[in-house]
Design a protein around this ligand. Structure first.
Ligand SMILES: Nc1ncnc2c1ncn2[C@@H]1O[C@H](COP(=O)(O)OP(=O)(O)OP(=O)(O)O)[C@@H](O)[C@H]1O
Ligand SMILES: Cc1ncc(CO)c(N)n1
Length: 272
C-alpha cells in the first residue's frame, strides 16, 4: 500500500472544457504528485471559445466542502480560483477561521482569458479585505492588478510598484505575473515579500494555447508549499513547471487550447 501523499485543496469553479478552473488544478496537482481536493464554487458553461454562463454553488455548500475535507482528510495547502461572489468569499473566510488549510494561495480570478467576468463587481472589496490579509501568497495577472489596485502595469518597473501596492493589502507574499505584458519579449513574474523583490524570468512562447496557465502555475506552487517548501522555492518550481506546460500546450476545439502538465508524466512506464 502506498503512503498518503500531501493534500492540496482548490476552491474554484468548474470549466466544462477541462482547460482551466478546478479541472486544470486537479490535472496539475496530479502531475505534481499530490492529492487534489475540491470545493466547487461555480459551474461554468465554457469551451475553447469562451464562457457563456455560470451558476454559483450556494455559499454554505462551498464552506461545507472545505470543512468536510479539512476535518477528515487534512489539507497541507490550499488555493482559490474563481470565487464568483462576495457571499462565497465571506463563507470561505468564515470557514478558514475554523479549520486549518496550511499555506493559502489566493489567485484572484476575475475574468476568463476571453474577458468574461467570473467575479461580481461588488466582490472585489471582499477579496481585498477578507482574503488578501489571510493569504500566504497572492498571484494576480495584470488585469487583476488593475481591478484590485487601480494601477496600470506597462513595464517591469510597474510590476514592482504593483507588487508594493498589493503587499500593503496584507498578504505575506505577492507574485505579479507578467504573461499579459505583451510587449515584453520574455515572461517575468515578480515576487515580493515587503522587503525584497525576486524575479522569475522565463521565455515567452508564441503559442495561442495558454488557457489555464494561471491555475496551473498556482497549483504547482501549492504542491510544493504542501511539502513544506518556502514560497520562493515553490515559485521557482512553479515557474519551471508552467514554462514546460505552456511548451506542451495543445489545440482543442475552435479557440484557445489548454496548457498541459502531461509532459511530467510522459516516459514513466509501469513500475517507474
Ligand atoms: N506565452 C507564454 N509563454 C511562456 N510563459 C507564459 C506565457 N503566457 C503566460 N506565461 C506564464 O504563465 C503564468 C501565468 O501567467 P498569466 O499572466 O498569463 O496569468 P493568467 O492570466 O492568470 O493566466 P490564465 O488566465 O491564462 O489562466 C506566468 O508564470 C506567466 O509568466
Ligand atoms: C472556472 C474557471 N476558472 C478560472 C478561469 C481562468 O483561467 C476560467 N476560465 N474558468
Amino acid at each position: 500500500m502506498a503512503g498518503t501523499p500531501p493534500r492540496v485543496l482548490t476552491i474554484a469553479g468548474s470549466d466544462s472544457g477541462g482547460g482551466a478552473g478546478l479541472q486544470a488544478d486537479l490535472r496539475a496537482l496530479f502531475a505534481c504528485g499530490v492529492h487534489g481536493l475540491t470545493a466547487v464554487t461555480a459551474v461554468t458553461v465554457q469551451n475553447s471559445l469562451g464562457v457563456t454562463g455560470y451558476v454559483e454553488i450556494p455559499a454554505d455548500v462551498v464552506a461545507a466542502q472545505v470543512e468536510a475535507v479539512a476535518t477528515d482528510i487534512g489539507v497541507n495547502a490550499a488555493k482559490t480560483g474563481m470565487l464568483a461572489s462576495a457571499a462565497i468569499i465571506e463563507a470561505v473566510a468564515g470557514v478558514l477561521d475554523r479549520v486549518d488549510v496550511g499555506p493559502f494561495v489566493v489567485d484572484p480570478v476575475a475574468a476568463s482569458m476571453h474577458g468574461h467576468q467570473l467575479l461580481a463587481d461588488d466582490a472585489l472589496d471582499a477579496l481585498r479585505t477578507l482574503l488578501f490579509p489571510r493569504a500566504t501568497l497572492v498571484t494576480p495577472n495584470l488585469d487583476e492588478v488593475r481591478l484590485i489596485t487601480g494601477l496600470e502595469v506597462r513595464s517591469r518597473a510597474d510590476q514592482r510598484k504593483a507588487a508594493e501596492a498589493l503587499h500593503a493589502l496584507g498578504p505575506r507574499w505577492v507574485l505579479v505575473k507578467g504573461g499579459h505584458l505583451w510587449d515584453d519579449p520574455e515572461c517575468l513574474d515578480v515576487l515580493y515579500d515587503g522587503e525584497e523583490f525576486t524575479e522569475f524570468l522565463g521565455p515567452r512562447y508564441d503559442v495561442a494555447h495558454t488557457h489555464g496557465s494561471g491555475d496551473t502555475l498556482a497549483s504547482a506552487i501549492c504542491s510544493r508549499l504542501a511539502r513544506g517548501e518556502s514560497v520562493p522555492e515553490a515559485v521557482r518550481f512553479g515557474k519551471d513547471f508552467i514554462v514546460r506546460s505552456v511548451a506542451a500546450a495543445y489545440p482543442l476545439g475552435g479557440g484557445v487550447g489548454p496548457v498541459s502538465p502531461l509532459w511530467r508524466l510522459e516516459g514513466r512506464g509501469e513500475g517507474t
